[in-house]
Ligand binder design. Structure first.
Ligand code: VAH
Length: 317
């Protein structure tokens, strides 16, 4: 019985870059195959070019590398998805269907697929948003995540596919840039501060959103995927919480380290997307089912982001 080999689809993205590294550290680089539509910024042990819509190429990679587990991260995020809704539907939905069908066929033994707090909409309770509640998303991205959650739950129930999912908050990180989401402000602001620049924020100062530092997001993903299958009670997407903050609160936290940093505000189309999302998330079910617990709050995230951005050379990704 050889140890399962894992394929990360969308390995060059903000989450994919760090998840590929974490999986390689945990299981050995020889078991991890990274894939994306273009070559990675940093070299990885095994890389394959893959457009997730190319079913034949996906099958070829799975066969050639004897892949049994897939982390499907390729997606068009909320802001880019509103600018190109049909492409968002195609990539976010057809990619998932291809992978779920391979689970149904018994080719894949375990699948991870990222959902998002974007499944919630303007009619969802804003504070301490529960696992089970109104999900009427206002964006194409959000509806692909809602439809994707229902597909995952269907394939798990009807075909016993071991697919697992997390409703990620906005992810904050310094190793790879975000991919065109509404929460990108929570990354851009730190890059500007570290570069000694003021930041013009595309959201209003009091727009509170659920956020999570990348080390927590990676740990949650590995914890979920390593949990015994019988502990996984939610097959659509687990609520997941780190900390919640507004651009003004992040600015105040940055000023504890860089006193003269300033943020100005020029809301754009992304304000309406942000306004449709919750302020805070209840992730008690993840805590109950697989002992989830985040580690990073706003202060710890701010300290670690600024320390590490200060070490990055200009021009580094
Ligand atoms: C986005 N970063 O902004 C993503 C995320 C919760 C938001 O899904 O679209």
């Amino acid at each position: 019985m050889t140890d399962p080999r894992m394929l990360v689809i969308g390995a060059n993205g903000q989450l994919g870059t760090e998840l590929t590294t974490a999986l390689s550290d945990l299981y050995g680089a020889d078991r991890i195959i990274a894939s994306d539509v273009s070559e990675p910024a940093q070299p990885v042990a095994h890389f394959e070019k893959l457009d997730v819509l190319d079913k034949d190429r996906l099958h070829q990679i799975i066969r050639e590398h004897q892949v049994e587990e897939v982390y499907l991260l390729a997606a068009l995020l909320s802001a880019k998805g509103e600018l190109n809704p049909m492409l968002a539907w195609q990539i976010n939905m057809n990619g998932l269907l291809h992978v779920l069908e391979l689970g149904k066929a018994g080719v894949l033994k375990k699948i991870f697929w990222p959902s998002s707090i974007a499944v919630f909409g303007s009619t969802t309770p804003k504070n301490n948003t529960p696992q089970e509640t109104i999900t009427s998303p206002d964006t194409m991205y959000g509806l692909t995540k809602l439809a994707g959650e229902r597909l995952c739950a269907y394939y798990a129930r009807k075909f016993d596919v071991d697919v697992r999912s997390l409703r990620y908050p906005g992810l904050v990180s310094y190793k790879a840039p975000p991919g065109g989401g509404t929460t990108d402000f929570a990354v851009d602001i730190y890059y500007h501060a570290a570069a000694g620049k003021d930041y013009e924020c595309f959201l209003q100062q009091d727009t509170t959103l659920p956020l999570m530092y990348m080390p927590d997001a990676v740990k949650a993903t590995l914890d979920l995927m390593q949990a015994p299958a019988q502990q996984i009670k939610v097959r659509s997407g687990y609520n997941l919480a780190g900390f919640s903050a507004s651009p003004a609160e992040i600015t105040t936290a940055i000023r504890q380290v860089i006193p003269d940093f300033t943020t100005t505000y020029a809301p754009d189309f992304r304000q309406q997307i942000a306004d449709s999302w919750p302020n805070t998330i209840n992730d008690q079910q993840a805590k109950d089912d697989w002992h989830w617990q985040h580690q990073y709050d706003l202060k710890a995230t701010t300290r670690d982001m600024l320390e590490n951005l200060a070490k990055k050379r200009p021009g580094d990704q």
